[in-house]
Ligand binder design. Structure first.
Ligand code: F6R
Length: 609
């Protein structure tokens, strides 16, 4: 949500800012703007709508010359999307410009204070309060003024600040909202996401909460909350630029679906050595693992669905109770996190605000927190006791695909690692699962090769306006993700139900022509799944079934449409089963002409509550 880019150097800033903002478009936004120092004053250009509108307004940047500037894509929180509410927001003199991600919670009181001092306001934003307050405290030393403001504002924020009085520098501030500094030669950058920097530099500094940084052409100096200089580690970003480009595909989502086998290889192969699971820098001792009495999995959205699969699979192999909680619920329910409880946090972005808050709460309650995260150096990764990266590479499409499958794979590895130490899995089964994990990428390739079958079914059913996903056990958890994929990108209403629950109410919604996606991959419950298919068919439903090769024949006679996946160990079935569901949602959305990579109302990383 929202994007920040800043540049100070010798090149023209505006084209660099526009390009950086383009790389952040995937995060979701409703307006955009830039502020550039043109040698005499700050020039600000802002526009509601797509970045192209802003780009046209400033002729691709040519209309605002200058070598230092800040840019922003805004997702409205305080004040409707409009030119005036877009960022940068400027102080009354027009000499201080601010871009901001996050929310200033006490902005109303601060605004009132400034209004009482006679400060006029132009916008409805909380961000303008920051710009005005900096000016209020500014008496020739910008860093001091920003420091004073930070002691007064509350909330979550990443800020980029430019002042016409010291136009050779940018100030960056971070609290609970990501901000990364990029180091170039004779130029430096700031951005809310590494994808905005990667074309210019791979050397980055991850700012910590409460830190400030002053960027000039020559270098970057970071400071703590008390404005004392701090030395920062420089990290190298090693993924390729192509990873954040479409590479000939029509949509990022399709590219990322197709990338899954490769992403799985990266997540799994280095972690299996000599027939054992190897987890890098794993900070949990064997004694700790043996003392475990309960595992909480905490996450949002699709990451939560990974947790739902994890509940079934981890309980099966560990014989330890696993409770899955939506992060937004966990944080407000006074959770019982006692001794012997591990909190497992799952997040692609590593920045989801609710998940972050739940993590902090769990730590406060004394739990060890282990996170499974994709974005390296993200807040959740940094604040966890132990982090396992998914190594899926940048995920740009709003609807997650490769992050989901790699999260599952890492969770499976973790389950095996724990099971080995707890002695809860027979040697033979342990090795059978490991073997299947190694075969998973190739089996996934087989599923992807048959994508035209799924495209065909999408062409048959894309007009249904309500779809039910049913399944039991792991198939139920899988259905939750299939249903979310469909609704978020195709805007079709869909629900996932535990198939055994149908009779308890939902079946009344089934009528002639209702589409039911029946998930029947789990061998142990296949007969029950068949019964449910018969049940909905006899009420007139069209049934699109998903099962394994082994059950193809049995299902063929019943379902109107049939998708099969290769046989594998039950624990890994959702990893294969989710791929046709992702493809199905993708093709349906394509046929309905939806904006697949940027679905309405959604943002890639939800950094507000
Ligand atoms: C759905 C989707 C979201 C995210 C959720 C959590 O396709 O992408 O439901 O899974 O917002 O995000 P992370 O995993 O970044 O914490």
């Amino acid at each position: 949500m929202c994007g920040i880019v800043g540049y100070v150097g010798a090149q023209q800033a505006a084209p660099i800012l526009l390009d950086g903002l383009t790389r952040l478009e995937y995060r979701g936004y409703d307006s955009a703007g830039v502020a550039i120092y043109d040698g005499a004053e700050l020039k600000v250009a802002k526009a509601k709508g797509r970045l192209q509108v802003l780009s046209d307004l400033i002729q691709g940047g040519a209309a605002i010359p200058g070598t230092v500037g800040i840019g922003h894509t805004r997702w409205a929180t305080h004040g409707a999307p409009s030119d005036v509410n877009s960022h940068p927001q400027v102080s009354r003199s027009g000499r201080i410009a601010v871009v901001h991600n996050g929310i200033i919670e006490n902005y109303a009181a601060l605004k009132q204070f400034l209004v009482d001092q006679g400060v006029p306001f132009a916008s409805e934003t909380d961000t303008e309060v920051v710009a005005q307050l900096i000016e209020y405290f500014y008496h020739g030393d910008l860093l001091q003024a920003v420091g004073r403001v930070l002691h007064r504002i509350q909330g979550a924020y990443a800020l980029g600040i430019l002042c016409a009085d010291c136009p050779d520098q940018l100030i960056a501030v971070r609290r609970d909202s990501p901000l990364i500094l990029g180091i170039g030669a004779g130029e430096n950058f700031l951005a809310s996401d590494v994808t905005a920097l990667i074309r210019h530099t791979r050397e980055v500094i991850y700012m910590e909460d409460g830190e400030l940084a002053v960027l000039t052409r020559e270098g970057i100096q970071c400071y703590n909350h008390f404005l004392q200089p701090v030395d920062k580690e420089i990290s190298h970003v090693d993924w390729e630029i192509d990873a954040a480009e479409k590479g000939g595909y029509e949509h990022f989502m399709f590219k990322e679906i197709m990338e899954q086998p490769q992403a799985l290889r990266r997540a799994v192969f280095p972690r299996i050595r000599d027939g054992e699971v190897y987890l890098e820098d794993f900070g949990l001792s064997d004694a700790y693992i043996r003392s475990l009495r309960k595992i909480y999995i905490v996450a949002c959205g699709s990451s939560y669905h990974v947790g739902m699969v994890g509940k079934y699979s981890l309980e099966r192999v560990l014989r330890i109770p696993v409770e899955v909680s939506l992060a937004s619920e966990f944080r407000y329910r006074d959770p019982i996190v006692g001794e012997g409880t591990l909190v497992l946090v799952i997040s692609q972005s590593g920045e989801t605000l609710d998940t972050m808050a739940a993590l902090r709460q769990a730590k406060k309650l004394g739990a060890q927190v282990l996170s499974i995260v994709n974005v390296v150096g993200s807040s959740i990764a940094r604040e966890s006791d132990v982090v396992l990266y998914t190594w899926a590479g940048p995920e740009i499409a709003v609807a997650t695909t490769k992050a989901y499958t790699t999260q599952l794979a890492v969770l499976d590895l973790l389950g095996l690692y724990f099971a080995r130490r707890l002695g809860t899995l027979e040697e033979e089964e342990y090795h059978a699962i490991l073997q299947e994990l190694l075969l998973l990428p190739a089996k996934m390739e087989q599923v992807l090769e048959h994508r035209e079958d799924i495209q065909y079914y999408a062409s048959q059913y894309f007009n249904h306006d309500s779809v039910f996903y049913i399944g039991r056990n792991l198939d139920y958890a899988l259905g939750l993700e299939g249903s979310l994929k469909l609704k978020e990108i195709s805007y079709i209403h869909s629900e996932a139900y535990a198939a055994g629950e149908l009779k308890h109410g939902t079946i009344s919604l089934i009528e002639d022509g209702t589409l039911v996606v029946a998930l029947a991959t789990y061998d142990a419950l296949f007969d029950k799944a068949m019964n449910n298919v018969v049940e909905v068919k006899s009420r007139g439903a069209d049934v699109l079934a998903l099962t394994t090769q082994a059950h193809r024949e049995a299902m063929e006679t019943l379902a109107s449409g049939l998708i099969t996946i290769p046989d594998t160990h039950p624990m890994l079935l959702p990893s294969l089963g989710v791929v046709p569901l992702q493809l199905y949602a993708y093709y349906v959305a394509l046929m309905r002409g939806c904006d697949i990579d940027k679905p309405r109302n959604l943002a890639k990383s939800v950094t507000v509550e």
